[in-house]
Ligand binder design. Structure first.
Ligand SMILES: [Zn+2]
Length: 134
């Protein structure tokens, strides 16, 4: 069975025959398939369900790799970011105002966990200050 999934122009089943049951020929893979819901989707008769499965699998796999799709997604993210930016900054500031206790607790925990780093940074700054003064 040869599959030509690169063809996207609308195709219609052109051939229907009766053997033991009604069968239709898939315009893509040219296979005769029984005309029932296991092999055809009535809303998408341009190819059989097997071909549709192959098509969607390939589309899903390559969706993130298509540069146009990625550019479109990036553009959408940029627009959303700039549309929400002011609101987001305001809501973060409001949250900080309303949760001063939580902030203090968090700062305390952070300082306890990163004591060494903070001290090292302070020492470095102190040494730089001394060096520039001298
Ligand atoms: Zn098919």
């Amino acid at each position: 069975m040869t599959k030509r999934i690169d063809r996207l122009e609308p195709l219609r089943i052109s051939e229907v025959r009766y053997r033991e049951e009604w069968e239709a020929r898939c315009p893509l893979c040219q296979e005769w398939q029984p005309l029932d819901f296991d092999f055809w989707d009535p809303g998408r008769m341009t190819r059989c369900l097997t071909c549709w499965r192959v098509y969607s699998k390939l589309m899903n796999r390559h969706y993130g790799e298509v540069e146009a799709v990625r550019a479109c997604r990036r553009e959408g993210a940029r627009v959303r970011y700039w549309a929400r930016r002011e609101k987001h900054i305001k809501s973060v500031a409001r949250w900080r105002e309303e949760h001063k206790e939580a902030r203090r607790e968090y700062d305390h925990r952070y300082r306890a966990a990163h004591r060494e780093e903070i001290n090292a940074r302070r020492r470095e700054l102190y040494a730089q200050k001394k060096a520039t003064k001298a």
